[in-house]
Design a protein around this ligand. Structure first.
Ligand SMILES: NC(=O)c1ccc[n+]([C@@H]2O[C@H](COP(=O)([O-])OP(=O)(O)OC[C@H]3O[C@@H](n4cnc5c(N)ncnc54)[C@H](O)[C@@H]3O)[C@@H](O)[C@H]2O)c1
Length: 279
């Protein structure tokens, strides 16, 4: 018997990386899935985002676990598309129990010379997109007085990070959103809303030249190996990467029935990087 037998979960950013890991593990534990991703290009993002093919691959992995997957190619920036995605869950499965609010982007600029588009895209995707997702699922959860909302913030939502003012602002904003939704839904008893704040996770978001240049600015053409060396120096626990599955364990914990009195909380999965945070 799976931990999530009979449950239905919506996962944004499900085409790859952490979102795919969360979706497949939820399916392994019995959940049916609504998978949202493939937004097309986002103007200021220099690396490719998830595609419809990758989204279909995640769906195939869910189906391999003998669960159903419905794919929604949508951009979380569009509130109406997110409402339609939530309605799809109800239409296809008759319920929506879990929302994993995971879609996100990253770009790197000092605030003094950050292009307007970079600021706007970041807030639109990482903050408004997440809010759109939570707003879309909440009415269904409130109606049924049951829901588990898990939002992916970041260690950059717990401290300042040079080159990431826009990302930090969005990810700190998500903590405020989560705590507020936790208070607003607390009277319904069955609904919880929590955040996870990962450290450096090995996903496509972190494997391209702009990241390597930002982490190792003293080299002209740093490689992934140079950046990995820097990550090893940064992490108190002696590791290079956190794996997507490490984040998934925390998602599944917060999505479970047993976590019913955990709401408005933030869980660091960051190899000790969080231990220096003041918040
Ligand atoms: N990788 C890390 O080191 C790290 C650390 C802390 C937090 N995070 C956060 O974890 C989450 C997952 O990222 P990941 O590491 O799996 O990276 P990723 O780039 O592999 O996955 C992110 C997914 O979100 C999707 N997405 C982006 N913008 C979208 C939009 N507008 N509409 C719909 N989908 C969109 C992408 O297409 C992609 O498939 C993000 O919110 C990210 O900010 C990542």
């Amino acid at each position: 018997m799976g931990k999530f037998d009979g449950r239905v979960a919506l996962v944004t950013g499900a085409a790859r990386g952490q979102g795919r890991s969360h979706a497949v593990q939820l399916a392994r534990e019995g959940a049916d899935l609504v998978l949202v991703d493939a937004p097309g290009p986002v103007g200021s993002v220099p690396y490719p985002l998830g595609t419809e093919d990758e989204l279909a691959e995640t769906a195939a992995l869910v189906e391999k676990e003998d669960r159903r997957a419905v794919v929604v190619a949508a951009d979380v920036r569009h509130a109406d598309r997110m409402r339609a995605a939530a309605d799809t869950a109800i239409g296809e499965f008759g319920r929506l129990d879990i929302a994993v609010v995971n879609a996100g982007i990253v770009t790197y600029h000092q605030l003094a010379d950050m292009p307007d588009q970079a600021w706007q895209d970041m807030i639109d995707v990482n903050l408004t997109g997440a809010a759109n997702t939570v707003r879309a699922v909440l009415p269904h959860m409130i109606e049924r007085r049951y829901g588990r909302i898990v939002v992916t913030s970041s260690q950059a939502g717990r401290r300042g990070v040079p080159n990431l003012a826009h990302y930090c602002a969005a990810k700190w904003g998500l903590i405020g959103l989560v705590k507020t939704v936790a208070l607003e839904t607390a009277p319904h008893l069955g609904i919880t809303c929590n955040a996870i704040t990962p450290g450096g996770v090995d996903t496509p978001m972190m494997r391209h030249d702009e990241v390597y240049r930002t982490f190792v600015p003293e080299l002209d053409a740093p490689t992934v190996a140079d950046m990995e060396e820097r990550l090893r120096q940064m992490n108190p626990q002696p590791i290079t990467w956190i794996e997507p599955t490490d984040i998934t364990h925390a998602v599944l914990f917060l999505a479970a029935e047993e976590s019913r009195y955990i709401t408005g909380s933030v869980i660091d999965v960051a190899a000790g990087f969080n231990a220096n945070n003041v918040a």
